[in-house]
Write a new protein. Structure first.
Lengths: 192, 192
DNA sequence: TCATAAAATGAATGAAGATTCATTCACTAA
DNA sequence: TTAGTGAATGAATCTTCATTCATTTTATGA
C-alpha cells in the first residue's frame, strides 16, 4: 500500500509530464492520487514545491542512469554501444522515462518555471554531455571512435537520442525507432 | 510602421515561445506589443485564438521551408546536403526559427493545448518526415544514400536536427553545432 | 470646421483555481 | 473505553487573470 505522499508524487509526475506546471491543477493531482486537495498541503507547501522536487528527482535519475553506463569497466566502443542499447530499451519500454523526459523537456523550454527549478536544470543538465565526452575521448585513444572534438560529438550523440525520445513520446502509434546501428556508425571507426 | 495586429502577433509569438500558452498573460502580450489589454480583443476573440493562429502559422512556415528544399531540381544527395546546410544556418542564425521551433516543441509536449492546436499539429507535423523520406528514396535509387527503410532514416534525420535545435535554443552560450559532415555521413554512401 | 466612424483605453466583472482551516475520522495506547 | 494524535476532508477565502464594455482619442472626409 502506497503512502499518501507516494501517491501524490506518482500522480503529480504523470500530470505535470502531460500538461506542464501551469496547466496542471492541484485538483487534477489530488483526484488522480485519490485524495483530497487539502491533504496535499500536509506534504507540500505549494504546487511549485512538488514541481521542483520532481524536476530535481528527474534530473538525478537521468544522471544516475548515464553514470551507470559510463562507469562500466570496458572499452569506449563498448560503452558507447551499451549506451545506445540501454537508451533504446529505456525509450521504447519505460513509461517512467517517458514521464521523466517529458518533464525535463518541458521545463527546459520554459522561462516561467520557478527559479529553483531553473537552478536545478542549470546545475544538472550538462552531466550527460560530460560523461559521453569522456567515453568518446577514451574510444578515440583506443582508436575505435572517430576523430573530432569530443564535446561536439557528445552533443550530437545526446541530442540525437533526445530527438528520438521526443519523437517517440509524441506519437501514439509506437513505431520502432530507427536501427541502432545507424547511430552507432556515426561514431565508430569500424562500422557495424 | 506596424499595425496593431502585427504588433500583437510579434509579441505573442515571443511570449508564447518563452513561457508557453498557460504561463503567458494577456497583459504580457499587450505590454510587449505596446498596446492596451482591451485592444487585443478587437483583433482576437481570445488568448487561445491567438495561440492557435500562431501554431498553424509556425507549422506552415516550417513545412514551406522543407518543401522549398525538396523541390530543388537536383540529386537526392545534393538535396540532403542542402537541407543540412540550410537547417544549420537557420538554427544558428534565425531568431524567428528559435521562436517557431520552441512554440511547436512546447505544443507537441502538452496535452492541455486547445483542440484546434492539436488538430493542426496532427495534420501538419508529419510533412517533414514524408519529404525527407522521398529525398532518401531518390538518393537510394541514385546509389548515393545508404540502404534502409527510408521513413526510418527520415525519422533519424529530422529527429537529430530537432534535437540539435533544442540544444541550441536552450543554451545562452551559443556554442557552434557539431560539424555538419557528421550528420551528412550518417546517410551518404560516399563519406565527405 | 464638424460629424462620423474606427481605434484604443483601462476600470469593472466574473470565473477559475491555489491555499487555508475548522472540522471530522481513524488509530493507538493507557 | 477513552483521551490524544496525526491523517484527511472539503467548504470558504483570497488572488489572479481573461474578458467585457463604457468612455475617450484619433483619423477621415464632407
Amino acid at each position: 500500500m502506497l503512502t499518501s505522499k507516494e501517491k501524490i508524487i506518482i500522480a503529480a509526475l504523470n500530470q505535470f509530464s502531460r500538461k506542464g506546471l501551469f496547466a496542471t491543477r492541484i485538483q487534477d493531482i489530488a483526484t488522480e492520487a485519490g485524495i483530497s486537495q487539502g491533504l496535499l498541503y500536509r506534504y507540500y507547501k505549494s504546487k511549485n514545491e512538488i514541481y521542483v522536487d520532481l524536476i530535481e528527482d528527474a534530473l538525478d535519475k537521468m544522471n544516475e542512469a548515464v553514470e551507470g553506463i559510463a562507469s562500466l569497466n570496458c572499452g569506449g566502443r563498448e560503452k558507447l554501444l551499451n549506451s545506445i542499447e540501454g537508451m533504446y530499451k529505456t525509450i521504447e519500454e519505460s513509461d517512467r522515462y517517458r514521464q521523466t523526459s517529458s518533464l525535463i523537456a518541458q521545463a527546459m523550454g520554459s522561462e516561467a518555471i520557478p527559479q529553483e527549478a531553473k537552478d536545478a536544470l542549470k546545475n544538472k543538465r550538462d552531466l550527460p554531455y560530460q560523461m559521453f565526452s569522456k567515453i568518446i575521448v577514451q574510444g578515440q585513444k583506443e582508436g575505435t571512435i572517430i576523430e573530432g572534438d569530443s564535446y561536439d560529438l557528445a552533443v550530437l550523440f545526446w541530442s540525437t537520442l533526445n530527438g528520438l525520445t521526443i519523437f517517440r513520446n509524441t506519437r501514439d502509434e509506437k513505431r520502432p525507432l530507427p536501427d541502432k546501428r545507424f547511430i552507432a556508425n556515426i561514431f565508430l571507426k569500424e562500422k557495424i
